[in-house]
Write a protein that binds this ligand. Sequence first.
Ligand code: DX5
Ligand code: ZN
Length: 229
Amino acid sequence: MTQDFVIAPSILSADFARLGEEVENVLAAGADFVHFDVMDNHYVPNLTIGPLVCEALRNHGITAPIDVHLMVRPVDRIVPDFARAGATYITFHPEASDHVDRTLQLIRDHGCKSGLVFNPSSPLGCLDYVLDKIDMVLLMSVNPGFGGQSFISGTLKKLRQVRQIIDDSGLPIRLEVDGGVHPDNIAEIAQAGADTFVAGSAIFGAGRAEDPNRYDGVIARMRTELGRV
Ligand code: DX5
Ligand code: ZN
């Protein structure tokens, strides 16, 4: 198992009125990626942020990888816009695209890293056929649409399955988990095979409660827990 652990705070739980500062603070506290949740009030019952906000973060001086998680349908039309806006990774839900292989290729053709996102009840069916076209598998450990939900424990089994598939392939594919990740369960999740951890409410919510401008404490606790794996 890789020990190259990545912590990716979801800005869904950030203070949007101070977004640039929030992202700077969380990166200064040791976060690796910026997880950017895009919701369209169609594929999921919520509406969030789009390419303009991604571009604004880049213009603000954010250089860390931006991990764009598309919860939108259709997918293809918005991919070039996010590439231009400075996305590093673009991941999408296979149910939301009519032609998954084509969408993966489109993302890479626009110079971004590509990934597929599987909902808690979604089968991994298409994964075997597109492994050579993806840089990340994202397993949802909550139903997509909202922050602050509880981790669905069945994800642990699925993580072990995908870890095996990735290891057998020998390809450098990240295995990300999204939803209900906290310092209390991050070690167990890492043991099941995840190497990239999205956390929204645990970092921005709980962290802010400790100190409104610093997220060092909660990220350090996550790293300590990961150090035990
Ligand atoms: C849910 C989003 C998540 C969400 C995670 O649809 O994809 O990234 O923000 O939030 P927490 O960490 O609070 O479960
Ligand atoms: Zn997400």
